[in-house]
Design a protein around this ligand. Structure first.
Ligand SMILES: [Cu+2]
Length: 149
């Protein structure tokens, strides 16, 4: 390798690092845990990664559900209850986790097509008008509980 190609390789890897995590608004590790009880809502979890600007997740939609809400589990006098959220702040460069016992999605009526496919396509709507489509892995809670044993 001559000097020029070494320099190019070095600057290319620098570019990869500089536009990596921390700059791009995205979400990953999305799962939908299907409710074992027909008619009860399923729960959705994911990691929300902040971009360059402070934004908020202001809505989540999907063509293959009846209804979807953003919730937070709150403990009050040692009783857990859920509050509906209008938005979830996603600060620049930070990761916000939707997880059991915290913020989550509540999903009614996941369609049979998504259940069979094992993926639910949903669109995240942010306060800066960014829309990001993601595929959440659809899991049967019964299966998950079994796998943990
Ligand atoms: Cu909830």
């Amino acid at each position: 390798m001559n000097k020029v190609s070494i320099m190019l390789a070095a600057s290319a890897s620098f570019l990869l690092v500089s536009c990596g995590q921390g700059d791009i608004l995205f979400a990953d590790k999305a799962v939908v845990n299907l409710s074992p009880v027909e008619g009860n809502p399923s729960a959705g979890y994911m990691d929300l990664h902040g971009g360059r600007l402070d934004v908020a997740l202001v809505g989540v939609t999907s063509d293959d559900v009846l209804r979807m809400e953003m919730h937070e589990t709150v403990e009050k006098d040692s009783m857990a209850s859920m509050a509906k959220l209008k938005s979830i702040p996603v600060p620049a460069g930070k990761t916000v986790k939707l997880e059991p016992g915290g913020k989550h999605l509540m999903i009614w009526g996941v369609g049979e097509g998504s259940k069979k496919r094992g993926l639910l396509t949903m669109t995240l709507i942010y306060s800066n008008n960014d829309r990001i489509e993601i595929n959440a892995v659809v899991k049967n809670v019964g299966e998950a509980a079994h796998a943990v044993e």
